[in-house]
Design a protein around this ligand. Structure first.
Ligand code: NDP
Length: 255
């Protein structure tokens, strides 16, 4: 059911945005709300969630939940369906990064990144998809990274996780398209958030490299990813599934 008052025609829908309390997730949630999409933001930090609720207002609900708690995900999804009736859009945005020399990365480090960036996305998507199948409709948007487009040093676990997300996007798209569910992925370039500041500001050479191969010559804004998510979630993208859309100022094709 679309709302003609929504610029994207996606209004009247309900979305989950994981990690919607900061950075890219917050910008996606903001764009959704301004398109009349009821938005459920999931995160861990209560402070961030409270600020998000205050900023986004009535169309936003915040839920404090650690997505590493895989065992709690089925109950979380049941509760969200009880409270909201339906979920039309799932944005798997929550993610963590870790910059370390390859040989310094422990098995525990590697597993920790994979748990948040891959396994929790699988578990949450599986539970939401069970309900989307009943309705015969839904749109899922995953967030990968330039780390899955080309090699970046010192982010082995992050790279493995983001490459897995792109593979999962394609596998889910082909299996779920006949059931009315579209699955797409956005690959952000270098976007100005706390996460990228941590990785780039302490390492001017890395920042220079990132910008040097970005033809547009500047970092993207979280809102740029928000706009792409609104498009992929809307009926304007109804024949689009299984794609990885770089939103990167040309970084992925930069020389
Ligand atoms: P932030 O660190 O600002 O946001 C990450 C969000 O994920 C936080 O709100 C955090 O909430 C949430 N989160 C992390 N772990 C969990 C968990 N276990 N359970 C629930 N929520 C969790 O980073 P960005 O906005 O920069 O990144 C968002 C996504 O975009 C990530 O997937 C990232 O890999 C990707 N990305 C970012 C790029 C960039 O340049 N910034 C480039 C490419 C990809 P809380 O603190 O409350 O736990």
């Amino acid at each position: 059911m679309s709302d003609i008052n929504s610029p994207s025609g996606a209004g009247g829908k309900t979305a989950i945005v994981t990690g919607g309390g900061s950075g890219i997730g917050l910008a996606i949630a903001e764009k959704f709300v301004s398109n009349n999409i009821r938005t459920i933001v999931i995160g861990r930090s209560q402070e961030k969630l409270d600020q998000t609720k205050e900023k986004l207002g009535e169309l936003c609900t915040v839920v404090s939940f650690d997505l590493n708690n895989l065992g709690g995900i089925p109950q979380l999804v049941n509760q969200l369906y009880e409270e909201h009736g339906n979920i039309d859009i799932l944005v798997n945005n929550a993610g963590i990064n870790m910059k370390k020399e390859f040989t310094e990365v422990t098995d525990e480090d590697f597993q920790r990144i994979l748990l948040t960036n891959v396994t929790s996305i699988f578990s949450l998507s599986r539970e939401v998809v069970k309900r989307m199948i009943e309705k015969g409709a839904g749109s899922i948007i995953n967030i990968s990274s330039m780390a899955s487009q080309y090699g970046i040093p010192k982010v082995i676990a992050y790279t493995a996780s983001k490459s897995a997300i792109e593979g999962m996007t394609r596998a889910m798209a082909v299996e779920l398209s006949p059931k009315g569910i579209r699955v797409n992925c956005i690959a952000p370039g270098f976007i100005a958030t706390e996460m990228s500041a941590k990785a780039l500001n302490s390492d001017p050479e890395r920042k220079g490299k990132a910008l040097g191969r970005t033809p547009m010559g500047y970092l993207g804004q979280p809102a740029d990813i928000g706009d792409a998510a609104v498009f992929l979630a809307s009926d304007a993208a109804k024949y689009i599934t299984g794609v990885v859309l770089p939103v990167d100022g040309g970084n992925s094709v930069g020389f």
